[in-house]
Ligand binder design. Sequence first.
Ligand code: ZN
Length: 102
Amino acid sequence: MVAPSRRVRKGGRQFEKDRKAFFAKCRAAHAPCWLCGMPIDYEAPQNSTDDSYNLDHFYPVSKRPDLQHDPAGFRPSHTQCNNLRGNKDPGEPIGQLSRQWI
Ligand SMILES: [Zn+2]
């Protein structure tokens, strides 16, 4: 018997697999933080210290929840940088004035 068709939802187990694979890839490549460009401490447990690895999303999840589980949007970041970023749009500078006259 074939189960009734259900919408396949990405997430859950597949998401865990994707994010683990992404972490392994970043660690192997020593990928820097995409927000500040500094090296990430891949030896520290995830989200444990300011410069430990944290999975960030190119589009903030709060704005594009539909892309949350899309590996194409995954970015390696520092835990602290991700926290500072909040739900800002990509490319928006962190902690800087919008105008720089001086
Ligand atoms: Zn950073």
